[in-house]
Design a protein around this ligand. Structure first.
Ligand SMILES: NC(=O)NCCC[C@H](N)C(=O)O
Length: 258
């Protein structure tokens, strides 16, 4: 039976100092962020996910965005080397957490850089965004780690947003969804559905046809509901101010070998 475990990481008290690259900095309400994080974790739990808290990294403002620090393929955890130097200290605690879960651990090495937010898995196809955070060496190392396990790694350019998954994610049937103005090459994705809002491009697959989405994309929620999906929404406004989205607040572990 597939495991439904998800890694999450409590926000740092320094969250408000998190990086912003493609948007204007706005004041983050740290108290509200904490409440929104609890509600996000509760939404995962309510849909059958066992959440595992990675040791907090209070000195790392962006540590709540745990998805960027590790990429899973089957039972292999590829610990990243984040493109932003200020985020590199985040990986140690995550490495410990995945090792404890029995994952086989592999690493991105210098000069490679790669953020988990740049990796979108659709079945055995692994799309990797080559952009501001992930470099060519990082893409090569991802290929070397996952292609021998049966992955087909497809590199795609990303220039308009922080990460590939800021622009596109995928529905349970494999359809890639995205907001066209934010995508460099929509034609690279077979089975593409355009959505009306930028944050509508971000879905977490909770199981079956249930999707977790940000409350900031009501038109897309309506569109996806009309296509027969069940949409669960959470308000993540404080994380969106730091270019975070629903995907980056957890790492879903579906194929643990245990
Ligand atoms: N995967 C993601 O979408 N991560 C969001 C990271 C946001 C953080 N402020 C950063 O710039 O690294």
């Amino acid at each position: 039976m597939p495991s439904k475990k998800a890694l999450v990481r409590r926000p740092s008290p320094r969250l408000a100092d998190g990086l912003v690259t493609h948007i204007e900095r706005e004041k983050v309400d740290i108290g509200l962020a904490g409440e929104q994080w609890e509600a996000y974790v509760e939404a995962l739990r309510a849909h059958g996910w066992e959440t595992i808290e990675v040791e907090p990294a209070d000195d790392c403002p962006d540590s709540v965005f745990v998805e960027d620090t590790v990429v899973m393929f089957r039972n292999v955890a590829l610990i990243t080397r984040p493109g932003a130097e200020s985020r590199r200290a985040e990986t140690a605690g995550v490495e410990e957490a995945v090792a404890r879960l029995g994952c086989s651990v592999n690493w991105i090495w210098e000069p490679g850089t790669l953020d988990g937010g740049d990796v979108l898995k659709v079945g055995d196809t692994v799309y990797v965004g080559r952009g501001g955070r992930t470099n060519a060496a990082g893409v090569q190392q991802l290929r070397a780690a996952f292609e021998p396990l049966g992955a087909r790694v497809v590199a795609v350019p990303v220039s308009r947003v922080l990460h590939l998954k800021s622009a596109v994610t995928a529905l349970p049937d494999g359809t890639v969804i995205g907001h066209i103005p934010k995508i460099d090459r929509p034609s690279l994705f077979p089975g593409f559905l355009s959505v009306p809002e930028e944050s509508g491009a971000h879905v977490v697959l909770l199981g079956g046809s249930t999707l977790l989405m940000a409350a900031s994309a009501p038109k897309t929620a309506e569109l996806l509901t009309d296509l027969g999906h069940t949409v669960v929404t959470v308000d993540i406004s404080e994380f969106e101010k730091l270019e975070g989205c629903v995907t980056c607040l957890s790492v879903r572990l579906r194929e643990l070998y245990a």
